[in-house]
Every structure is written in C-alpha cells, then in structure tokens.
Design a binder for this molecule. Structure first.
Ligand code: SF4
Length: 467
C-alpha cells in the first residue's frame, strides 16, 4: 500500500471525478460556510437560473464582516450605522429565508466570526472538505479538515452542486521541533514560519504542520497557526487530529453523538500521514529558538523578533515603499515605538485563550493615555465566557473598549477603523496597506504583545509584563 499524507487521504475521499491534463478534479464539499460579503451575487445567480441550494444540511450561514460591534446597534434598537453594511446584513437574511439556508443571524447567541463558530459548534470536523468565501477558511484545517477559501463565483457553484472544480495542490510539511518558550505564542510561531518561508513560500501547496511543538498546542492555538497558512500563500494548512482534537469536539452541538461519535473517532484516527509518505516540500523549524514576533511592513512576511530591528535591503524599491508607508527606517528598533491603537480580535486571535492571555497582561494595569484599545471577542459564546471568567471586567477596568463579536478592525468594513498615519498593534492576520483603514499602519503581533503595548503605549516585549 502506498504511504499517503494526511492531505492525500482527505483529498482522495472527496474526489468525484479525478483531474486530467485538461480538466480539474470535481471535489465533493462536506461543509459550506457562507457570510454576508461573498454570497449576495452567488444567491443572485441561483435565483436567475431557477436553481435551489443543493444540500441545505451542509450549508451554514452567518454574518460577521459587516456587523457592527457596538451593542446598541445589535441589541439596543439603533440601526446599523453604515448603510453598506446594513444592506449586506439585510440581503443575507432575505437570501437565507428565500432559499431555506440555516442562518445564525445578527442577534443569535451562537453568532460570531465564521471561522470561530464553525469549530465552536462542532460543524468543523476531521476529514471534512470545508469551503467558505473567505481566505482564512484555512483555520478549520487545525482539525485535520481540508479547508480553503473560494471566490464569489465558486460560492455559487457550491451552493448549486455541493461540488467544486479543483486542481490537486502539492504537499508541504513544516516540522516544528522543540517547545515554545514562555511568553512566545502560536501567533509568534506562525509569524516566524511566514518570515522564514516568505509570503509565497506555500503557493500551490497544502501545508501540514507537524512535530512535538504542534502536538503540544491547544485547539485554539492550532487554529491560529492554520489560520495564517494563507498568508504564506498556501492553499490550506492542516494538522492531524489527535486526542486534543477529539476532546475539543466531544459534545458540541453539530458533532456526532453516541455510537456515531465512537465510529467517527475511529475513522478520524486514520487521518494521519503514513510513515514514509512523501511531501513535495519540507522545512524544519525549532520552536525553542523563537521570541515574540512583530511585523514592520505591509505583508505578514515582513516580520522580526521583538528585540530585532527593521532590516536593511538597499536597492529594494518595494521594500522601501512599504517602509515609507509604515513610516519606519531600515535599522530602526521596533521596541519602544509609540502606538495609538491596539486591536485584540479577529479569527486569528479572538478565542477565549487569547483573551485570557490579554487579561493576564492587563490585570491591575491601565491602558496608556492616548491609546485606544479595542477588544472584540470572536463569538458571542466567547464573549459570555470572558464575562463569566472576569476577563471582560479586567479589560473594562483597564480602560479598554469591550465589544460584541465580529471581524471588526481586522478589515474595517463595519465602522471599526484606524485613522491614517496611526500605528495599530493588531492580533489580526493582514497588515496590507489600508486594511484597517486608509493610511492605517498595522503591526501584527500576539495578544500578549498587543496587550503589553496597550499598557506601555509603545511596542513592548510581553515577557516584561508577564513576569
Ligand atoms: S476576522 Fe478578518 S480575516 Fe477573519 S474572517 Fe473576518 S475579515 Fe476575514
């Protein structure tokens, strides 16, 4: 029997028609997550062609990108302030009602960022093919699913057929040895990986993260790592399911129950890369050598250790343009640079353990004068848990702004933006020009670094405050 990678096993289980030299494979999709931004045109195509949604039981919709995080606009009767956002929210409600799609709506207590609630509800499971009209669908790969983002046109194909045309990607093993040192998080690990392989390092590949440092991560941390696979250009990121995965999923509303659960776990245990399986590419990283990371440029690969300096690349015009946008100089130290905004949120780092880490740093401390610290839980469930555990009180007492869940300042489509020229330490995943607002200067980092920077009002090594 040929030794296979985890990716090959999941791929082969879902091929309806194999690819040929002229045609891509037809791949069956187990779970289609949809949201308000990339679905309106797709529903319109279905409507104009008289088509129905092929598998309502495999389609789940929610709203997150355009939803406000201001409580009064969700629960307090105030209208959604941004008309463009209000229109998208309304349209998704109308489309889901017309086509019979299960919608986790604006006031639903299960609502949240699509890549957070999929796992939270147990809809994300090992071995599934999962798509969504959003790049960070790679998050779900943390469960051993093959999960990737699709375009608006493809959203329509999947709604109509439950299948997708796909060329088989190549495979890429990233072996992470050692253990992450204290104060160094999964976010730092994935930023270091992107710094090492580059923003195109994973292009055309599905990455499998393996090794003792990965096995030691919690599910929250594994999701952070897989979430940013797309920032290394990869089609998807995957981690083999294990006891940590099963423990996380057990008892969740959409997870198999009773005898089905036992059967599912027995099957999921097969989803591991066989000894001797061949990868197209392989890289090894020692987790023990890492420190907290922070970006200095306009893509996530422009990253350095927090004790490092902005590198010098004489003659690189693109690099120089990026630094000019960021208002930084080659050779400059990042530590100590004043910041005006701190955002702790997004599908990368707005889970309960991220908030716990931020609370650890902020407890008994205050956000520095002149800094706006915005803390946005990834889902309403996380919000309730953070409130019950006292984290929310710590944030509010520190002077941070505590909100309802949503994508918020990750992309600034919902009224939460960073003003031009301001520096924002953000736990999100993209530092592209204008991503958080026109002229906004984003510095990607972990929740610990973000919280520490909020306290000091300048870029701070979180290990100084974590003790
Ligand atoms: S939090 Fe950001 S990256 Fe994640 S789904 Fe929302 S907009 Fe996309």
């Amino acid at each position: 029997m040929t030794a296979k990678t985890l990716f090959e096993k999941v791929w082969e289980r879902h091929v309806v028609v194999p690819e040929s030299a002229d045609t891509p494979a037809v791949l069956y999709i187990d779970l289609h997550l949809t949201h308000e931004v990339t679905s309106p045109q797709a529903f319109e195509v279905l409507r104009s062609r008289g088509l129905k949604v092929r598998r309502l039981d495999r389609t789940l919709a929610t709203m997150d990108h355009s939803t406000p995080t201001d409580t009064a606009q969700i629960f307090g009767g105030l209208p959604i302030k941004l008309e463009s956002a209000a229109k998208q929210v309304r349209q998704l409600e109308l489309n889901c009602a017309e086509f019979g799609v299960n919608l986790i709506g604006l006031k639903d207590d299960r609502r949240g960022i699509v890549h957070i609630i999929g796992p939270e509800l147990g809809a994300t499971q090992p071995g599934k093919t999962i798509v969504c009209g959003d790049s960070h669908t790679s998050t779900h790969g943390a469960f051993g699913a093959l999960a990737f983002g699709i375009g608006t046109t493809e959203v329509g194909y999947v709604l109509a057929t439950q299948c997708l045309l796909q060329r088989k990607p190549k495979s890429f093993a990233i072996d992470v040895t050692g253990r992450l040192p204290a104060g160094v998080t999964a976010k730092d690990l994935v930023l270091a990986i992107i710094g090492r392989i580059g923003v195109n390092g994973g292009t055309g590949h599905v990455i499998e993260y393996r090794g003792p440092a990965i096995e030691a991560l919690s599910m929250d941390e594994r999701m952070t790592v897989c979430n940013m696979s797309i920032e290394a250009g990869a089609r998807a990121g995957m981690i083999a399911p294990d006891e940590t995965t099963f423990e996380y999923l057990k008892g969740r509303p959409y997870a198999p129950q009773g005898a089905d659960w036992d059967r599912a776990v027995a099957d999921w245990k097969q989803l591991r890369t066989d000894a001797g399986a061949r990868f197209d590419k392989q890289v090894t990283i020692d987790a023990s050598s890492l420190e907290p990371m922070i970006t200095f440029g306009t893509n996530p690969g422009m990253v350095t250790g927090i004790t490092g300096r902005v590198p010098e690349r004489p003659g690189d015009a693109v690099f120089a343009k990026s630094l000019a946008y960021m208002g930084l100089q080659p050779g400059e130290s990042l530590r100590g640079k004043p910041v005006q905004v701190v955002f702790i949120g997004s599908c990368t780092n707005a889970r309960l353990s991220d908030l716990e880490l931020a609370a650890k740093v902020l407890e008994g401390r205050k956000v520095a004068p002149g800094v706006h610290a915005l803390i946005v839980p990834g889902s309403q469930q996380i919000k309730r848990e953070a409130e019950a555990l006292g984290y929310a009180k710590i944030f509010i007492d520190a002077g941070a702004d505590w909100r309802e869940s949503g994508c918020s300042m990750c992309l600034g489509m919902n009224g939460d933006t960073v003003d031009a020229g301001l520096y924002c330490v953000s736990t999100s995943n993209r530092n592209f020009e204008g991503r958080q607002g026109i002229g906004a200067r984003t510095l990607l980092a972990s929740p610990a670094t973000a919280a520490a920077s909020a306290v000091r009002g300048r870029i701070t090594d979180p290990r100084e405050l974590l003790g």
